[in-house]
Design a protein around this ligand. Structure first.
Ligand code: TXA
Ligand code: MG
Length: 369
C-alpha cells in the first residue's frame, strides 16, 4: 500500500489556519468512513485512528501495530455530548474532569455502552474516552461525526511517535494516510484515569498531572503499576501496562542521585565502555554542563532534554531521544531521572518501562537534582 502524507507543519496548525488542512481532513474522513486507518497528530503523540463503531476497521489497528488483542483502545470524541453517548454512566467525577481538562491530555475510563464493539475495549465492559486539544485532531473528529478509536501510531513496543517522521518510519506502506503536523507539544501520552471504582485511580500518568487531578477531584490514587513495581506482584488494571513499552533497541540504564553521584555513574559507564559499543547520554542541560570534556568525548550521542526549570518541555523530548538512539544504533542508553512530581511522574514511568524489569530501580522520591 502507498502511504500518502500531508505535511502541514507546526506553524500551520493553529485553529485560525483551518483552510490549510481542509483537504487533508476531508480525505482522512473519507478513508475512515470506508473502514480505513489514518494517522493524525494529537497534542500528546500521533494516533492511528479507525471508526470506533466499525469493528472490522478497528481490527486493522491491531494487525498494523502488532498489538495484543486484549489491550483496549482509547475512543476519541469531538465533544462532551459525544463522550456521554459512548459511556453508560456519567458520574460527577467525569463531569468535573471533562470541564477542567478537556479538550486535553486526559483519558477517562467509564462503563461502556453496548454499541462500542468488544474489540475496542479488549472485551472489558469499560471504555477509555478522550477529547484531544490538537486543532487538527479536533477538526478531524468534528468532521467525522463519529468517535475515533486510536492508539499511538507506532509499532507495538516501540517508543510512541511524537513527530510525523516517527509514524512514517514505523507505518510507511501499512496505512493509506498520514497527516503530519510536526512535533506533538506534550510528547507523552495522555493520563489514563479510571473512574469506575470507589476512588479515581491513575492507571497511566501523563499530560494532566496527579497534582492537578487531586486539586480538582479531592482524593486520587495512583495504581501500583505506575511507579514500576514488579509486574508479577500485582494484576494490572490497565491491560496495556503489562506489556514492555517505550522500548528502544539499546539497553536503558537510569542515572540518578545527587549531581556528584550522577557524574560518577556516567564516568563509570564510560570507563567500562567496550570495543564497538555505542553509548548515548540523555540528560538535562544542567547535568551535561557538569561533566568533564573528556567524559563527554566518549559519548557517541548526547541528547539534551532541556533545563530542569522547564520540566514539561524536557519531558516532551524523551521519546524523540529514545528514537534517535535507535537511529544511531546505540547499545547503551544512560538516561537521567527526574523527580516524580508534576510531569516527572509520567516521564519516570515511561523511562522505567523503557529500562525494563532488569534495570528497574525503586524511585528515589525526594532527591533533588
Ligand atoms: O495520548 C494518548 O492517549 C494517545 C493519543 C493517540 O490519544 N493514545 C494512546 O493510546 O496512548 P494507547 O493505545 O497507546 O494507550 C492506551 C492505554 C493502554 O495502556 C490501554 O491499556 C489503556 O489505555 N486502556 C484503554 N482502554 C482501557 C480500559 N477500558 N480500561 C483500562 N485501561 C484501558
Ligand atoms: Mg501506545
Amino acid at each position: 500500500m502507498e502511504t500518502k502524507r500531508y505535511y502541514l507543519g507546526v506553524e500551520n496548525c493553529d485553529s485560525s489556519r483551518t483552510g490549510a488542512w481542509e483537504e487533508a481532513i476531508q480525505e482522512a474522513v473519507n478513508l475512515l468512513k470506508q473502514g480505513e486507518l489514518v494517522a493524525f497528530p494529537t497534542e500528546t503523540v500521533y494516533g492511528l485512528g479507525a471508526n470506533a463503531l466499525d469493528p472490522q476497521a478497528c481490527a486493522k489497528i491491531f494487525a498494523v501495530k502488532g498489538r495484543p488483542a486484549d489491550n483496549p483502545l482509547i475512543v476519541h470524541v469531538a465533544s462532551m455530548e459525544e463522550a456521554r453517548r459512548v459511556a453508560r454512566d456519567w458520574p460527577r467525577e467525569a463531569e468535573i474532569c471533562a470541564r477542567e481538562f478537556w479538550p486535553g491530555p486526559l483519558t477517562i475510563i467509564l462503563p461502556k455502552r453496548e454499541d462500542i464493539p468488544a474489540i475496542v475495549s479488549g472485551g472489558l465492559d469499560t471504555v477509555a474516552i478522550r477529547l484531544p486539544s490538537h486543532p487538527v485532531a479536533l477538526a478531524l473528529l468534528q468532521k467525522a461525526g463519529f468517535p475515533v478509536a486510536a492508539p499511538s501510531a507506532n509499532i507495538s513496543g516501540k517508543p510512541s511517535p511524537t513527530e510525523g517522521k516517527h509514524v512514517w518510519q514505523d507505518l510507511y506502506g501499512k496505512i493509506p494516510l498520514l497527516i503530519d503536523a510536526g512535533k506533538c507539544p506534550v510528547g507523552l501520552e495522555s493520563t489514563v484515569l479510571d473512574l469506575t471504582g470507589v476512588t479515581p485511580t491513575i492507571l497511566r500518568p501523563g499530560g494532566v498531572t496527579l497534582e492537578q487531578l487531586t486539586e480538582a477531584l479531592g482524593r486520587v490514587e495512583v495504581d501500583r503499576g505506575v511507579r514500576g513495581e514488579k509486574e508479577s506482584s500485582f494484576k494490572p488494571r490497565s491491560p496495556g501496562m503489562k506489556y514492555r513499552h517505550y522500548a528502544p533497541q539499546g539497553e536503558v540504564m537510569l542515572i540518578r542521585g545527587s549531581a556528584q553521584e550522577k557524574r560518577e555513574q556516567v564516568e563509570q559507564h564510560l570507563r567500562n565502555k567496550t570495543e564497538g559499543q555505542k553509548i548515548a547520554l540523555i540528560c538535562l542541560e544542567e547535568t551535561a554542563a557538569d561533566l568533564e570534556e573528556e567524559t563527554l568525548d566518549k559519548v557517541d550521542l548526547l541528547f539534551i532534554l532541556g533545563s530542569v526549570r522547564q520540566s514539561r518541555q524536557a519531558a516532551s523530548r524523551l521519546f524523540e531521544g529514545l528514537r534517535l538512539c535507535d537511529e544511531h544504533k546505540i547499545n547503551l542508553i544512560l538516561a537521567e531521572e527526574m523527580p516524580e512530581k508534576g510531569i516527572g511522574l509520567a516521564f519516570m514511568n515511561r523511562l522505567q518501562k523503557a529500562a525494563g524489569q532488569k534495570n528497574f530501580l525503586p524511585p528515589s522520591q525526594d532527591k533533588v537534582f
